[in-house]
Design a protein around this ligand. Structure first.
Ligand code: FES
Length: 221
C-alpha cells in the first residue's frame, strides 16, 4: 500500500516553485539551454575527432597484401647489381593504358626493411616508375645508379630513396616472390625513408613522422 505521507512530485516547474516558471513547463529554461549546449559541444567534438581517429587507426585494419601475382620472368633474368625493366598490368581490361614499367633486381641484405622483422624478406626488389612527387614516369640510369624524373628534377638513389628534387618519399615498390624458379610481382606498396612498408599512397603523400596520418591510403591509389 502506498505511503500517504509521501507526496508525489509534480512534473511541472511552476508547481515545484521554480523561478520564472511558466504554466505547463516541465523543464527549466536554464536546464534546457545547458543540455542543448552540451549536445552541440558533443556533436562538434565528434565531427573533429572521429575523422582524425579514423585516419590514425585506418592503416591498422588495411589489408596490405592482396592477391594477384604476375610473372616477370625466370630467376636467371635478374641479378643484384642491375635493374631489369619489365612491363606489368596494374589495371586490368583497359589494354596498354593499364600497363606500366617496373624495375626489378635481386635483393641483397642491404635491402632489408624494418618491415621484414620476423618475416622472410622479399627476394627481389621491384620498383615502381611512378614518381612520388606528381606521378611522372621515372627512368633508371645505370651509369649514375639513379632514378631520374624528367618533370621537376626528382632524383632517387638505386634503392629508390630521394636524393634530390621535390619528391616527398621514396619510389613505391611491389611485393615479390619466387614460384617454380620464376619471379612473380604482387601488389604495390609505399615506403618511408627507412624503407618501412605502408599500404599504397598517392604521389606527393608523405610517409614519415606524423605526416603519415594526414595522408591515409585511399582505394583509388
Ligand atoms: S613528377 Fe617527378 S619530380 Fe615532379
Amino acid at each position: 500500500m502506498a505511503d500517504p505521507s509521501k507526496k508525489k512530485r509534480s512534473p511541472y516547474t511552476k508547481d515545484r516553485g521554480a523561478l520564472g516558471a511558466f504554466e505547463g513547463e516541465t523543464i527549466t529554461r536554464r536546464r534546457f539551454v545547458t543540455g542543448g549546449a552540451l549536445a552541440a559541444g558533443g556533436v562538434a567534438t565528434a565531427a573533429v575527432g572521429l575523422p582524425a581517429l579514423g585516419f590514425a587507426l585506418g592503416p591498422i585494419f588495411e589489408k596490405t597484401v592482396r592477391e594477384g601475382w604476375q610473372d616477370v620472368g625466370p630467376e636467371t633474368d635478374f641479378n643484384p647489381k642491375t635493374y631489369v625493366p619489365k612491363v606489368i598490368t596494374i589495371v586490368a581490361d583497359i589494354g596498354e593504358a593499364g600497363k606500366t614499367t617496373i624495375y626489378v633486381r635481386k635483393a641483397t641484405p642491404a635491402d632489408r626493411s624494418p618491415s621484414d622483422k620476423g618475416k622472410q624478406p622479399l627476394p627481389y626488389v621491384a620498383i615502381s616508375t611512378r614518381c612520388a612527387h606528381l606521378g611522372c614516369p621515372v627512368r633508371y640510369v645505370q651509369a649514375a645508379e639513379r632514378f631520374i624524373c624528367p618533370c621537376h628534377g626528382g632524383v632517387y638513389d638505386s634503392q629508390g630513396k630521394v636524393v634530390g628534387g621535390p619528391p616527398v618519399r621514396p619510389l613505391d615498390r611491389f611485393y615479390t616472390r619466387v614460384r617454380n624458379g620464376r619471379v612473380q610481382v604482387g601488389q604495390r606498396f609505399s615506403v618511408n625513408s627507412h624503407l618501412q612498408r605502408f599500404s599504397p599512397r598517392d604521389p606527393s603523400n608523405h610517409l614519415d613522422g606524423l605526416w603519415q596520418y594526414l595522408y591515409p591510403s585511399r582505394p583509388t591509389t
